[in-house]
Design a protein around this ligand. Sequence first.
Ligand code: ZN
Length: 153
Amino acid sequence: MKQTPLEEKLIDNFKPGKITKDGFLGDDNRHVHDIIKADLLTLSRLGVEVETIADRLQYFIEEGKKGLETKVDLGDFTVQISWDRGLLPCPFGEPRRHHKIIAAVLNKKLSKKIEYSQLNVHLIKEHGFFLGKGSTFRLEPEDLVDVLNLKTP
Ligand SMILES: [Zn+2]
């Protein structure tokens, strides 16, 4: 993962109504860098790499695509994606655009479900950013490790 320094002028991108209606920070008052630092600390405590989580999330998106927006059964998991028209920029400001794909992954054994977007996967993989607390698409590192079966023995 590249650590992308966040220029102050980009901070606006994280606010509601700029890139997404709800923004990326929820009611979290911490600086983006502090949110990232805290979540990466949680992950290192759990012994799970950011890339491992991002790759797993991407795997489910790829499998979900095969179902063309119907539910795909993957044994212990189901995944269903929905795909909206258009592309989203990353709030960290690189030129790359991201498809508006939402994935819903259900861990059948745990009866626990997570929902995330393609942009979430990018934000986690490239920036270590799981969004601010209270944000609609905030993903708790603990929940991801749990639902995605990434716990180290
Ligand atoms: Zn980015």
